[in-house]
Design a protein. Structure first.
Length: 427
């Protein structure tokens, strides 16, 4: 993880670097200007002195008085900004020199010493050469530029200190509070407001706008999360409904609306186990549509589907709500499961269902069909399993078919069932 760095320190560092750069530019410009000014002043002053000295040197050379020339050279060489002076005598070729710095390069000023006036001779008597002192300009620049630079540096330091204090108070501390608040904010604390420890102001600044924006973000997130919670609850409810619907469809016969074999395999063993545990009765009825193949062959499979749908509906109409249940066992065969019912009650239901089917023809498009059913009834015995119970009811169904169809056959059972219940009325 990279180290963090405050914006205030970064801004102060950039301000210092900018100030140093400005100071260097300003100091260099000032030094260059001073240098140019000193050169102009030196040249002007030396020319003035040289003009004054030329008269004296001209008379001395004209009179061949070299002592005066030497004194004048020594006087010129002792001036503050003069480094070296040399007079070249043309007649004798003698060099009269004075000063401490040996000449390097071309002289700053070179003037011919002409004969004194009035004279008709125009041949120079000698030549005056003056060099500037090598460290003179550095000394002058130090004295003129260094105080300016020191003052600028002090002013810059004060400005930086003031900016640092303002930045720390107005920027670093508020941003640090915002950062610590955001880092410590938990999902269940979105409603906790962000309050900064800073003086109140008449006008808002960027930090206040950040705080307001953060608060608006918190409110938007809270509303969004609440909307998501509501949406998740709605989707969960819809999903549960879909799961229930899928579960119902997976256990329901699509044509008749009765339970299918899968539902029978799940529910019947549990019903039998409950009845055995609590000593209750249970009976089942197998229902088979008589001569159903003829219906398909004569009227078509669509008519056959309508017959099966009506048979399933009439079977469910005879059941007790939330107690009995019907299953499409396969093809034209149905199974009715009657918890809490003896075989006598199951026989009554079977007879009533058979009479209803016989006496109420089924409408198919433009005609009606009289449909009958054969029914086999069996009651749960102590040693019965789901398979043995269904086998006994199925045997009674085939017995009803052998007996001429459109009738009810009941398996023989004693009263050896554990427990006794009251007779149940049928609606």
């Amino acid at each position: 993880m990279s180290r963090s760095r405050s914006m205030a320190s970064l801004l102060i560092l950039r301000i210092v670097l900018l100030a140093v750069g400005c100071m260097l530019v300003f100091g260099g410009s000032h030094a260059w200007w001073q240098y140019q000014q000193q050169r102009k002043e030196f040249k002007a002053s030396v020319e003035t002195l040289a003009d004054t000295s030329l008269i004296l040197l001209s008379n001395a050379l004209w009179n061949i008085d070299m002592s005066i020339v030497r004194r004048q050279v020594q006087w010129l060489s002792k001036l503050p900004d003069v480094g070296y002076v040399r007079v070249r005598v043309e007649i004798t070729g003698e060099l009269i020199e004075g000063g401490f710095d040996l000449p390097a390069g071309q002289p700053a000023l070179s003037m011919d010493i002409m004969p004194p006036q009035p004279s008709h001779i125009q041949i120079p008597l000698g030549q005056l050469e003056i060099w500037e002192r090598s460290n003179h300009y550095q000394h002058v620049l130090r004295e003129s530029t260094l105080p300016v630079l020191l003052g600028y540096a002090l002013f810059t330091a004060l400005i930086c200190l003031m900016v640092a204090w303002v930045m720390r108070r107005e920027l670093h501390q508020p941003l640090d509070q915002i950062a610590r608040f955001a880092a410590g904010l938990k999902p269940n604390e979105l409603s906790r407001p962000l309050i900064l420890d800073r003086p109140r102001r008449r006008q808002q600044d960027e930090i206040d706008l950040v705080v307001q924006g953060f608060g608006q973000l918190q409110r938007d997130l809270r509303v969004h999360i609440e909307h998501l919670d509501l949406l998740v609850a709605q989707r969960t409810e819809q999903l549960e409904d879909l799961v229930d619907e899928v579960q119902r469809l997976s256990l329901t016969d699509a044509l008749t609306g009765c339970y299918n074999r899968r539902a029978l395999d799940q529910r019947l063993p549990a019903e039998i186990e409950r009845c055995k545990r609590y000593g209750r009765f249970l009976s089942v009825i197998f229902v088979d549509v008589d001569r159903f193949k003829q219906v398909n062959d004569v009227h078509g499979h669509a008519a056959g589907d309508m017959v099966l749908k009506e048979v399933g509906l009439r079977c469910q109409e005879q059941l007790r709500s939330q107690v009995d249940w019907a299953v499409r066992y396969g093809g034209e065969e149905f199974l009715i499961v009657l918890p809490e019912a003896r075989s006598a009650h199951a026989r009554e239901l079977a007879q009533r269902l058979g009479a209803h089917m016989r006496n109420q023809p089924i409408k198919i498009v433009d005609e009606t069909l009289t449909v009958t059913v054969s029914l086999g009834v069996a009651q749960l015995m102590p040693m019965d399993s789901a398979q043995s119970l269904l086998a006994r009811a199925d045997a009674m169904l085939y017995e009803a078919k052998r007996s001429g169809r459109d009738c009810v056959c009941v398996a023989q059972s004693g009263d050896s069932q554990v427990g006794i219940i009251d007779d149940i009325g049928w609606s």
